[in-house]
Design a protein around this ligand. Sequence first.
Ligand code: FSX
Ligand code: SF4
Ligand code: F3S
Length: 389
Amino acid sequence: MGKARGFPISRGSVTDEKTSGVGRRDFLKVCTMAAAAVGLSASTGRAWAEAAAKGLKPSVIWLHFQECTGCTESLLRTSHPAVAELILDLISLDYHETLFAAAGHQAEDALKTAMEKGAGKYICVVEGGIPTKDGGIYCQIAGRTALDMLKEVADKAGAIIAIGSCASWGGIQAADPNPTGAKGAPQILEGKTVVSIPGCPPNPYNFLGAVLQLATFGTLPALDEKGRPKFPYGRTIHESCPRRAQFDAGHFAHQYGDDAHRNGACLFSLGCKGPYTHAPCATIDFGEVPGAWPIGIGHPCIGCTEAKLLWRVSAYQTIEPPPTLRPVLESSQAEAREAGTSGGLNRAVVGAVGVVGGALVTAGVMAARKGGGQEPPDPAPHGSSPTAD
Ligand code: FSX
Ligand code: SF4
Ligand code: F3S
């Protein structure tokens, strides 16, 4: 667990003192959910709620670069508007290019003031990729490149959080052929600790949990080798997937809308990357709407938290399963052959596992695997960013 510089808490300025028109119960609920997202106790969540209600909130400077703003949107567009208000009550959002009413010199002044007042203490949140080609000219704000701005703001920050897959490794901008040389914040800020919250977009509670820990204890969550908080990103989608029993029983959908698909069969044959993807989507609802996540609505996981999968392996490409899962597929395959039906692993999938597996070998996708067979395959050689990992 790393110690963040000079934390926690400064007095808020944008969303002061109030807990909005919403009840204390909702306020506590958000805090305890955020605590649970990073494996902290409910009492930690309550302590954060108390501090925020007193106006003691971490100062946040939020930078926007190459992205779709989906990370901010998912943070704010919750199913209950009150929850979005609560989020703004938990942090002091001292600079945010999308949400700021201020513009032009006023906004620039706000950034300068926030950096001076909170030097060494504020949380620098980065949303979006950072172009590096041709001196970084492809993303400029107030005449300055994203590259310069990030370096300067990050240099005086107490902690740095990359929210979303774009900020974590470049995201869609870094997809082949990566025309602007987009990278993520960790690749730009080498030598600094950057907490990465990947996902396109990520579940807001993964972000709030990290902020909560910073604000309450002045520490960073324990991170994995990719800079992701271990708690929410420690398990694969497949491990907690509600369709897991279908996988184990060899019930696979092979076309959208077929009987198996309608009846909640496993989506592996439709390209699901859940066995390789580390994220808590199966256990924490997006926007407080039960079932509102890719697999919940019948779409395969496309591996949006994994640099080696998102935008590198086609969303609908059936992947080679990790070694630990192969026996299940193989026995389903045998059953399907014996039965001569598609009742088990259907014929399309049997073919897909073999044929696509071969195609992936050709593309170099099946190269190295580590860690119990759950590490995503390496990207194909045409993968765009050599630093994307
Ligand atoms: Fe990227 Fe954020 Fe994907 Fe968008 O802005 S992670 S494009 S959903 O949301 O940065
Ligand atoms: Fe769920 Fe995908 Fe695993 Fe099937 S392959 S159980 S849909 S995560
Ligand atoms: Fe992303 Fe897969 Fe979750 S696509 S949102 S990690 S289910």
